[in-house]
Ligand binder design. Structure first.
Ligand code: AMP
Length: 285
């Protein structure tokens, strides 16, 4: 596995892959790698790409400084995990190259509207400006590629897709399914910050989603069921919503068909998110 930190070497590596007839598979991460990240590496390898993974804890996507300071960093384990899963090139970009002006604001920000509004943006103002800006930079340096993201961050995938389409990046975005623990909890680097009782309560997110996935219902019944399940488990609900899976607009009671349920909860001060499919049936007038 090749290990790089400089933007110039990273750009050259990707150029060489393409000149040799290969396709670059980009997997952006913030490290603290787990089986969810590994599944993206596996997905990229199965597609036959030369896998370029990045580890960069992007300060511009954290709206809470304490969250940034306590974000887990496990670089030695991450390198071993990347190697085990056949990553061809691991890039750990330097902060002074990614955001030369940091902590001052950079002159350029990529700001996506519509799909980036609401849901995560309510509790994390500016979060998706940070995400879109860093992904734009990663895609610019990497050049033409297939870019792999996890469906666990459903709104993030929608934001990246909108940005790629609107700005004409030469990237094909692939969304990979959410990897879960045996009790249903979606793997997340943040799970390791939960207390044992918090970890037990975290099962409420996937339980709520599984419940609404089973029985077709109206949008307001889905929202109420999600919220009740989460509150009964004693977790603080940030949102529990049902939306159009592409535009992420809130679904109304007059709608039927396939939609997406999304939940966010705060447990032990840790923000957890999850989502799943749901079938709506319009409420009788
Ligand atoms: P992060 O390091 O949290 O920024 O995540 C890097 C990538 O891994 C993102 O595209 C996430 O959506 C994806 N990811 C994180 N957790 C999971 C999971 N449990 N299953 C699948 N993908 C995941």
């Amino acid at each position: 596995m090749k290990s790089l930190t400089s933007i110039e070497e990273w750009r050259d590596y990707c150029e060489r892959v393409r000149r040799a007839g290969g396709r670059v598979g980009l997997v952006p991460t913030m490290g603290a790698l787990h089986d969810g990240h590994a599944s993206l590496f596996d997905c990229a390898r199965r597609d036959g790409t030369v896998v370029v993974a990045t580890i960069f804890v992007n300060p511009r996507q954290f709206s809470d400084d304490a969250d940034l300071q306590t974000y887990p960093r496990t670089l030695d384990d991450d390198r071993a995990m990347a190697r085990r899963h056949g990553v061809d090139c691991l890039v750990e970009p330097r902060l002074d190259e990614m955001w030369p002006d940091y902590p001052l604001p950079t002159a350029t920000t990529v700001s996506v509207r519509g799909v980036a509004d609401g849901l995560e943006s309510v509790g994390r103002p500016g979060h998706f400006d940070g995400v879109a800006s860093v992904v734009a930079k990663l895609l610019t340096i990497t050049g033409p590629c297939v870019a792999y993201f996890g469906e666990k961050d459903f709104q993030q995938v929608a934001v990246v897709r909108a940005m790629v389409r609107d700005l004409g990046f030469a990237a094909t975005v692939v969304a990979c399914p959410t990897i879960r623990e045996s009790d249903g909890v979606a793997l997340s680097s943040r799970n390791r910050r939960l207390s044992p009782s918090g970890r037990a309560r975290a099962t409420a997110l996937s339980r709520a989603l599984a419940q609404v996935a089973q029985v077709p219902a109206s949008a307001s019944v889905v929202r109420a069921t999600l919220r009740d399940t989460l509150e009964d488990a004693g977790v603080m609900v940030a949102y529990a919503d049902v939306v159009d899976p592409v535009r992420l607009t809130a679904s109304g009671d007059d709608e039927s068909g396939e939609r997406r349920a999304l939940v966010a909860a705060i447990i032990d001060g840790v923000r957890l998110i999850d989502n799943g499919p749901v079938t709506l049936v319009a409420r009788e007038a």
